[in-house]
Design a binder for this molecule. Structure first.
Ligand SMILES: Cc1cc2nc3c(=O)[nH]c(=O)nc-3n(C[C@H](O)[C@H](O)[C@H](O)COP(=O)(O)OP(=O)(O)OC[C@H]3O[C@@H](n4cnc5c(N)ncnc54)[C@H](O)[C@@H]3O)c2cc1C
Length: 442
């Protein structure tokens, strides 16, 4: 079978197991599924060298074309109920299944839906909303983005000014969002809007699910430092949203938003699944191959140089420790604990670690990280000028600059840790409790 082709011969419903199913029932079923559904080239690459070999031969478009097979199996969200697109697997069974799947690097598409919108729906949505929105989200048929940040409301998100006015059974949304990742590719966005400006800033906010393919929504692209288009400005002019798409109480959106923000921190820190690839470049393991390659080129940046080995081992050990910490967070989630502020630990550490890993990769690259022949490196869709031929390591390094900003800045996450984990006094707020309309804003 060629990459992208799909076997239809295996009855995927065989994988549907009840909670408490034993590992020895699940594992043979998953192995059969892998044999019959994962393209042979990917399996061969996985046997040769795991995820890094697969990355060399698998194009994103191949993976996108094949993804419906993964989604249909329920394995993409194995612990979710069958009705929402999962397999209802018990956490320990799901962990064993994940270990079987790991060598094939089968990431989940639609990460902003699965990691940001879904936690809010699970925690505060109605059963009708879950049945309407979760299955197409799992199948990547409806792509999601997050519309929280505004020009005047980033770290201080609760000061947001986008307005939602009631109009019969609907709401009319007007305002501007910014840094909306993938809004240009998305069908839906989770959005916070102000429904009562006379309430204190956190109390007058409501959480909506907004269909972006409708009149009144305008998405304008912003270009990253890497040259790619990834995020956008999103303008809303009297956009109609049915009350069915409101999650939680009117005025109760701040609580709902926290389920999304916590999911986002886990995704960006790597403790949720699906986020690590998004935050740029390769992991510390690939630095070893880079340094070994330099040996043959006779570089001082080679593996034989003990200073190079020391630098790589430092980030590699930190990466392993981060992995174990994330496993603990995941185990807590799978045991039914709500996502909490501890995900800020992973977010703060991952932001800095990934920047150091990516910087080390460009250092190992030597002068090729300073200048390159664009014609020798395959151009990427959407990238222009210098960025068209950007070496992978340079792109990773540039992209990683955002890691300490996206998903909440490092400074703000340290505040969360100080206040909610260490129990330190809250940041003083002279406007606490004042109506939003009276609070000065930038
Ligand atoms: C790559 C990328 C993707 C993004 N994707 C999305 C998305 O999909 N959807 C979305 O809604 N948003 C998105 N964002 C926006 C992101 O959430 C905000 O950039 C972030 O919350 C910071 O807000 P700001 O940019 O307005 O900075 P500001 O809040 O203006 O902060 C400026 C500086 O002040 C510091 N600061 C602010 N308040 C405090 C404080 N109380 N204590 C100490 N220091 C403080 C900050 O740490 C920062 O250094 C994305 C951002 C990036 C970089």
């Amino acid at each position: 079978m060629a990459a992208g082709e799909v076997s239809e011969s295996f009855d995927l419903s065989e994988l549907a197991m009840t909670p408490g199913a034993e590992i020895d029932e699940a594992i043979p079923a998953v192995r059969t599924w892998i044999e019959q559904s994962v393209p042979i080239e990917w399996r061969t690459a996985a046997e040769l060298g795991g995820a890094s070999e697969i990355r060399k031969i698998r194009k994103f478009t191949d993976y996108e074309a094949w993804y419906p097979v993964f989604a249909k199996s329920g394995l993409a969200v194995a612990t979710w109920p069958v009705a929402y697109g999962g397999l209802d697997l018990a956490p320990k069974v799901a962990r064993a299944v994940e270990a079987e799947l790991a060598p094939y690097n089968l990431g989940r598409l639609n990460p902003l839906g699965l990691n940001l919108a879904a936690p809010a729906l699970f925690a505060y949505g109605t059963e009708e909303q879950r049945l309407r929105f979760l299955p197409p989200m799992v199948r990547n048929e409806e792509v999601w983005c997050q519309l929280f940040s505004e020009p005047g409301a980033g770290s201080d998100l609760a000061s947001l000014a986008t307005r939602a006015d009631r109009d019969g059974d609907d709401w009319l949304l007007t305002g501007q969002k910014v840094w909306s990742t993938w809004a240009h590719l998305s069908d839906f966005g989770v959005l916070l809007a102000r429904t009562d400006p006379d309430q204190a800033k956190r109390q007058g906010i409501t959480y909506f699910l907004v269909d972006l393919r409708q009149p009144g929504v305008e998405v304008r692209a912003l270009r990253h430092i890497t040259g790619e288009i990834d995020f956008n400005e999103t303008f809303l002019d009297a956009v109609r949203v049915p009350d069915f798409n409101r999650v939680g109480e009117v005025g109760g959106g701040w609580k709902v938003a926290n389920a999304t923000l916590s999911g986002e921190r886990q995704m960006v820190s790597g403790s949720g699944s699906g986020g690590v690839d998004r935050i740029g470049g390769s992991g510390a393991e690939s630095l070893i191959a880079l340094a070994k390659g330099n040996d043959t080129a006779g570089y001082e940046n080679g593996w034989t140089n003990p200073l190079v080995r020391q630098a790589i081992m430092k980030v590699l050990s930190e990466e392993r420790i981060r992995g174990w910490t994330n496993q603990r967070v995941r185990a807590g989630l799978k045991a039914g604990r709500a996502p909490g502020p501890e995900s800020s630990i992973g977010k703060v550490h991952q932001g800095s670690l990934n920047q150091r890993i990516q910087l080390l990769a460009t250092e190992l690259l030597g002068s090729s990280a300073l200048a390159w022949d664009a014609s020798e490196v395959a151009g990427r869709e959407g990238a222009e000028g210098y960025a068209a031929g950007l070496p992978r390591e340079v792109k990773g390094m540039l992209r990683s600059r955002a890691n300490t900003i996206e998903g909440g800045t490092t400074e703000v996450n340290k505040n969360i840790l100080g206040e909610r984990v260490l129990g330190l006094p809250r940041e003083p707020d002279p406007w606490s409790g004042a109506p939003w309309r009276d609070v000065p804003r930038s």
